[in-house]
Design a protein around this ligand. Structure first.
Ligand code: R2B
Ligand code: URA
Length: 310
């Protein structure tokens, strides 16, 4: 009933460069990527971003700056003499973006609307910069279900709060729906890079996306709570039985928009707590900082391996 299902037709040019599924863009004389503080008229986007291969996204500006320095060391990238890492999007005051050779490290904020706006502009950036076969990876945090805190989860499926594998959104007053599909092969390739020597587990499974951290994730500790602890436990156990192993706030739109653009994507998150045991994130800040590096380590292994075999 009035539902628009987008066709999954070919979305890339034969050379692998990103094709926009929007005829309006090439008719505009310039495209302002407002929330990135970049534009196709004001910047030479091919010159600035033409060599990008990996787009790594995570919630906070600080974590993505740390990732930029870390990946620089890992891939042995040298900054030109006399220069330092610069937040390319600093004048937007919205997102932070760092470029380290073929790697872009971008913050996406919290939740679907924030990462959605960023994805529109980054996908257009890839198009303007004529980047071929980019890979998008979210390196994030999440709540685990039945996993030890500090476990790394590679998502192989993304579902919404109604457990449907779609990203749904009203457009022009009608509900639209796009499949939230992740690249299962890429998820397995990432899993294969987990090491027996890692002092934590790395697993794959289904991830649930919500639009809220508190009531939307069945917490008892928000400003409001109109259900019982038993209701919460029953619900989380139901999720667990359905194979959902973690909850975060971006996976459906991330999977859906990348899939719609024909871009390979992966989501690697570390669990900050086991939701079967509590609601509050109460590990010391140093411990959380240590855990946050784990998805970055896995993604760095992937990027290094790719660059070595290129
Ligand atoms: C994980 O952590 C954030 C909420 O604390 C949110 O962005 C997410 O997906
Ligand atoms: N991020 C979430 O969205 N939920 C959690 O429980 C922890 C981090």
């Amino acid at each position: 009933d009035g539902e628009i299902v987008n066709k999954e037709s070919d979305t890339r040019y034969s050379d692998g460069s990103v094709r926009l599924r929007n005829p309006n863009i090439e008719l505009m004389d310039q495209d302002i990527l407002y929330h990135l503080a970049l534009g196709s008229g004001s910047h030479d986007l091919v010159e600035m971003f033409g060599d990008v291969k990996f787009i790594c996204m995570g919630g906070t500006p600080k974590r993505m700056e740390t990732f930029a320095w870390y990946i620089m060391k890992e891939i042995g990238h040298k900054l030109p003499a006399g220069t330092t890492l610069l937040d390319i999007s600093q004048h937007s005051y919205r997102y932070s973006m760092y470029k380290v050779g073929p790697v872009l490290s971008v913050s996406h904020g919290m939740g679907i609307p924030s990462i959605g706006i960023l994805l529109h502009e980054i996908i257009k950036l890839m198009y303007h910069a004529k980047v071929r076969d980019p890979l998008f990876i979210r390196v994030g945090t999440c709540g685990g279900i039945g996993l030890d805190p500090g476990t790394v989860v590679i998502s192989n499926e993304a579902v919404d709060g109604m457990l449907k594998p779609y990203f749904e959104q009203p457009v022009l007053g009608k509900m639209t729906r796009r499949p939230a599909k992740l690249d299962k092969k890429l998820a397995m390739e990432l899993l294969a890079l987990a090491s027996n020597e890692d002092p934590y587990d790395t697993v794959t499974g289904k991830t649930m996306c919500t639009s809220d951290f508190y009531e939307g994730q069945g917490r008892l500790d928000g400003a409001f709570c109109d259900y019982t602890e038993q209701d919460k436990t029953d619900y989380l156990n139901k999720l667990h039985k359905q194979g959902i192993i973690n909850i975060e706030m971006e996976c459906t739109i991330f999977a859906a928009l990348t899939h719609h653009a024909g871009i390979k994507a992966a989501i690697v998150c570390v669990t900050f707590l086991d939701r079967l045991k509590g609601d509050q994130v109460n590990s010391p800040k140093e411990v959380l900082e240590e855990w946050q590096k784990r998805p970055q380590e896995l993604v760095a292994r992937y990027i290094k391996r790719y660059l070595q075999h290129k």
